[in-house]
Design a binder for this molecule. Structure first.
Ligand SMILES: Cc1cc2nc3c(=O)[nH]c(=O)nc-3n(C[C@H](O)[C@H](O)[C@H](O)COP(=O)(O)O)c2cc1C
Length: 180
């Protein structure tokens, strides 16, 4: 069943004009909190916005391509310190920690009948300034949550884009059994 929900998750671009309950939002945050992390460093921090005034301010920092996300009733900025406290292999494990937390949140959203859309298209300096995120933190992603809207209401071009089948590289291309 979990695989079904994993495959059902998608980054749609139409959010319905429908609020997300506090209970649902808390369960999404809780799902993020319980992600694994390097030496349990838990690099993630979440700045959650859902009141209209706060959202209107941060919407100014979104790229033009992400204007669709202004319709989402919930926006979560995910920030982490670049070192994250886990220096193994000189790899940026803080980013992996954050990715795992975000995927947990996206899947919990699917489980609740919601949609989450992670993004990288925004002005980091502007978002940090507006929300007061300390300078030693980086914004890794901004995730929008809400109920999915009706894609049939989109214009023809946007509807065609939204209905395109989602694709992935086949297992035969990415899995190496025993040796590369
Ligand atoms: C780190 C990251 C950054 C992304 N940035 C954007 C973005 O700025 N705008 C956007 O519309 N989608 C963004 N996406 C969504 C991807 O385009 C999407 O996950 C990918 O095309 C696969 O589609 P799916 O999520 O529906 O399976 C981002 C996803 C990730 C993980």
């Amino acid at each position: 069943m979990i695989l079904e929900e994993i495959m059902k998750r998608h980054s749609g671009r139409v959010f319905a004009d429908r609020p997300v309950s506090g209970e649902m939002l808390n369960s999404i945050l809780e799902a993020g909190r319980w992600a694994p992390s390097c030496s349990n460093t838990q690099a993630w921090n979440f700045v959650v916005m859902r009141d209209k005034k706060a959202l209107a301010e941060v919407h100014e920092a979104l790229s033009r391509g992400n204007a669709y996300a202004k319709a989402a009733p919930v926006m979560i900025i995910v920030a982490a310190k670049e070192d994250g406290g886990c220096p193994m292999h000189e790899l940026p494990y803080f980013a992996m920690d954050v990715g795992l937390a975000v995927q947990n949140m996206l899947l919990q959203a699917v489980h609740l009948g919601l949609m989450g859309h992670p993004t990288a298209g925004w002005d980091e300096a502007m978002l940090k300034e507006i929300t007061g995120i300390p300078k030693e933190y980086r914004i890794i992603t901004v995730v929008f949550f809400g109920y999915e809207g009706d894609i049939t209401l989109l214009d023809e071009e946007a509807r065609a884009k939204a209905s395109r089948p989602r694709t992935r590289r086949p297992l035969s291309e990415i899995v190496h059994w025993n040796k590369w």
